[in-house]
Design a protein around this ligand. Structure first.
Ligand code: TV7
Ligand code: CA
Ligand code: ZN
Length: 397
C-alpha cells in the first residue's frame, strides 16, 4: 500500500518532473563513481512519499542530433554517436585513443553512451520548453546537470552539456537567465559557454584547490575575459570554498550572494544545478552539508518566484543523492513541511537494503558523514563577499 501523505498540487503554480527510467540501465563501469541508478533511487523516494500526485510527470524523450548541435560540434557528436565501447588491449594496458577527451577513466565509452546523453539532454530541453510556454513554473530534471561538457570535448563524467542547451532554449523567451551551481565542482562548461554574453550570469559555489581538485578553475578573480568589448565580462561569478563547510556558513554565503546578484542582474528565469556531491558523506566531496542545508538553497531560490529549472548533477553516495533530490522535489511542490514532520522512509520497499531504518532527513544526531574539520574562515568568507559585491557593481540592468 502506498504511503499516505495527503500531498496535493501546490496552489497557483505547476511543477513538472522530467525523467526517463532507461537512464539507469547505463553503466560507466564497475568502479566508476557515477552511478546512474541513483536516479531510480531518487524517483523511488519521490514516489514513496506520494509526490507524483502533485506534479506533471513527463517521460523524458531523447534529444535529437539537431538539438544537440545547438551547442556541440558536428564532428564531436558524430564521434559520440558511432564510437564503440573500448575493449581493453589484451596486454592490459590503457587505451591511448582519446579523441575529444573520450575513453579516459573519467569519460569512458560505454554501451549506449549516446542514448544516455541524449536522454539526459532531452529531459532538460523538455523542462526548458515547459518553462518557456509557462506550462510549468518549476521543472525538475534530476538526470541533467552535466556541467563540465564542452562544445567539442567530454570532461569530468559529462559528455553533453544539457544545461547549456536548456539555457539556450530559455534565452528564446527570457531576456536574462541566472545560472546557479551548488555542485562541489566548478561549473566550468556552462561558465565558458556564456563567457561572451551579458544575458546569462553564472554563479558557481565549489571547492577550489587548483593542484588537487577537479577541474582546477573557478578562482575568486576569474570573472570572464576582461575586455572592454566583451559584454560578458563580470558575468561569471565564482565562490571558491574549502573542505568542511557547514550548513550555516554555506547558507549565509549562498543567500547573500544570490540576493545581491538578483538585485543587480534582474534575471527573468533561473537555472539551478543541484549537484549532491556537496553533501556530507559524499564519496568524492568533503563538505559538511546536510540535506536541509543543501535544500535550503533551493528553498531560497524558489522564494524568488521566478521561472525555475532544477537540474541534478554530481552526487556519489547514491542514498544521500536520492534523499536530497526527493526533498528538493518536495520543496518545489511545497510539501516539505509535511515530509519533515514524518521523514521515515517506508521500510517495506525494494530499496530497504539501501536505507535500512534511516529516514529521508537524517536527524541532528545522525548527520550525513563524519564531520570534517572546517577549513573556511570567517575572514575569507567576508573577503569573498566583498570581491563579489565589487564585481556586481559593473552589472546594472
Ligand atoms: C558533475 N574525481 C563531475 C565531477 C567529475 C570529477 C575525478 C574521479 C574518479 C574517476 C574514476 C574512478 C574516481 C575516486 C574522481 C585528474 C584525474 C584524477 C581517474 C581515475 N574514481 C561533477 C572528475 C575528477 C574513474 N577527475 O561535477 C573510473 O575517484 O580529478 C580528476 C582527473 C585524472 C583521471 N583520474 C582521476 O560532479 C557530474 N575523477 C574510478 C574509476
Ligand atoms: Ca559548483
Ligand atoms: Zn561534482
Amino acid at each position: 500500500s502506498a504511503y499516505q501523505y495527503g500531498i496535493h498540487r501546490p496552489k497557483g503554480y505547476t511543477v513538472s518532473n522530467h525523467y526517463n527510467p532507461e537512464m539507469e540501465k547505463h553503466h560507466f563501469g564497475p568502479t566508476h563513481p557515477m552511478k546512474p541508478w541513483r536516479l531510480t533511487l531518487a524517483k523511488s523516494l519521490i514516489t514513496a512519499f506520494g509526490m507524483p500526485a502533485a506534479m506533471d510527470s513527463y517521460h523524458a524523450r531523447a534529444a535529437t542530433h539537431d538539438e544537440l548541435s545547438n551547442f556541440h560540434a558536428a564532428d564531436y557528436l558524430e564521434y559520440l554517436a558511432t564510437a564503440a565501447p573500448q575493449q581493453k588491449p589484451p596486454d592490459g594496458s590503457e587505451s591511448t585513443d582519446n579523441k575529444f577527451n573520450l575513453a579516459n577513466p573519467d569519460c569512458p565509452l560505454f554501451d549506449g553512451l549516446y542514448n544516455y546523453c541524449s536522454m539526459s539532454a532531452g529531459g532538460s530541453l523538455d523542462a526548458a520548453r515547459k518553462i518557456c510556454t509557462q506550462a510549468s513554473q518549476i521543472a525538475c530534471c534530476w538526470g541533467g546537470g552535466l556541467h563540465h561538457a564542452k562544445k567539442a570535448e567530454a570532461s569530468g563524467f559529462c559528455y553533453i552539456n544539457d544545461i547549456v542547451l536548456a539555457i539556450l532554449e530559455l534565452l528564446r523567451c527570457y531576456k536574462r537567465v541566472l545560472y546557479l551551481d551548488i555542485d562541489i565542482h566548478h561549473g566550468d562548461g556552462v561558465e565558458e559557454a556564456f563567457f561572451s554574453t551579458d544575458r546569462v550570469m553564472t554563479i558557481s559555489f565549489h571547492k577550489y584547490h587548483p593542484e588537487t581538485f577537479f577541474p582546477g578553475t573557478g578562482g575568486l578573480s576569474d570573472n570572464g575575459p576582461k575586455s572592454e568589448s566583451n559584454p560578458g565580462s563580470h558575468h561569471a561569478i565564482n565562490v571558491p570554498l574549502n573542505d568542511g563547510i557547514t550548513d550555516d556558513q554555506y547558507g549565509e554565503m549562498f543567500k547573500t550572494i544570490v540576493r545581491k546578484a538578483v538585485d543587480s542582474f534582474q534575471p527573468e528565469a533561473i537555472a539551478m544545478q543541484c549537484g549532491a556531491d556537496s553533501l556530507g558523506g559524499d564519496r568524492l566531496g568533503k563538505f559538511n552539508l546536510q540535506v536541509t542545508g543543501h535544500a535550503g538553497c533551493v528553498e531560497f531560490v524558489k522564494k524568488l518566484r521566478l521561472p525555475l529549472i532544477l537540474f541534478g548533477g554530481g552526487g556519489y553516495t547514491p542514498r544521500n543523492v536520492a534523499r536530497a533530490w526527493a526533498f528538493e522535489t518536495s520543496i518545489a511542490i511545497d510539501c516539505h513541511r509535511k515530509i519533515a514532520e514524518n521523514p521515515r522512509i517506508p521500510d517495506h520497499a525494494p530499496w530497504r537494503a539501501e536505507f535500512r531504518q534511516e529516514s529521508l532527513l537524517p536527524s541532528l544526531e545522525e548527520i550525513l558523514g563524519e564531520p570534517k574539520s572546517n577549513k573556511n574562515t570567517k575572514k575569507r568568507m567576508d573577503e569573498i563577499i566583498m570581491h563579489i559585491t565589487e564585481q556586481l557593481r559593473f552589472v546594472n540592468k
